[in-house]
Ligand binder design. Structure first.
Ligand code: AMP
Length: 210
């Protein structure tokens, strides 16, 4: 997809979105590698990247359950998962460490439909919001969607804080190292900097693609 054009999936959706030019993000998003099941939709599938985090209870189990629920959705196919990392809390420090990973999905859902699915999974896994950036069983963020830039009440893509967060950038760089940051730097190069990867440590357990 180029410039400010909207993807087929987004155009076919019922929800109007403000779409802005995306510059380097769209040009550095990888091409779709597989075709997901897209029964009930004529839109071509697009790639999206989802950040998943957990710091309560069985953290690795929560991530695996979230990935499992996502893959059960008829219009979402989980293509790849990054490694899991154990990470220092961000924003609100007086809480347990997180496990984080990134999922690459192919979907023909429009962005707000995908956000609804993610929030449904958060609710199904018992997420409670007590403190902003505080503890949670599972947090799912829509980071990137087909190179689109969207700024709406409920949804901002790319995720507004992703470029500040090592726990997002390090696992994302495993999947799409050639993504260009807004500052024009290759993601794979950015995460080599100690200040970016500090506090983001590979965790022994992985998450199999469901
Ligand atoms: P959080 O508690 O940090 O997970 O934030 C959830 C809130 O952020 C929800 O109200 C979402 O509608 C909103 N939001 C805006 N952009 C995004 C995004 N890219 N991914 C997930 N949630 C988002």
């Amino acid at each position: 997809m180029n410039g400010s054009a909207m993807s087929g999936a987004a155009m076919n959706g019922a929800v109007a979105l403000t779409v802005m030019p995306v510059g380097s993000i769209s040009s550095s998003m990888p091409a779709l590698s597989e075709t997901p099941p897209s029964e009930g939709s004529s839109a071509p599938p697009v790639l999206a990247y989802i950040g998943a985090g957990s710091n309560l209870g069985d953290r690795a189990g929560c991530l695996a359950r979230a990935a499992g629920l996502l893959s059960e959705h008829q219009r979402v196919k989980v293509l790849r998962a990054s490694r899991i990392y154990e990470t220092e809390p961000w924003g609100y420090h007086d809480q347990p460490r997180f496990l984080n990973m990134i999922l690459e999905v192919a979907t023909d859902l429009v962005p707000l439909e995908l956000l609804d699915v993610l929030q449904g999974i958060e609710n199904a896994l018992g997420r409670k919001r007590f403190v902003r950036w505080g503890p949670r069983t599972v947090d799912l963020d829509l980071l990137l969607y087909d190179g689109l830039a969207i700024d709406e009440d409920r949804l901002t893509i790319p995720h507004p804080r992703m470029w500040d967060r090592g726990f997002v950038l390090v696992p994302l760089a495993e999947l799409i190292p050639d993504l260009m940051t807004p500052a024009g730097e290759r993601l794979g190069d950015l995460v080599r900097r100690p200040e970016v990867s500090r506090g983001v440590v590979p965790y022994p357990a992985g998450c199999a693609i469901p």
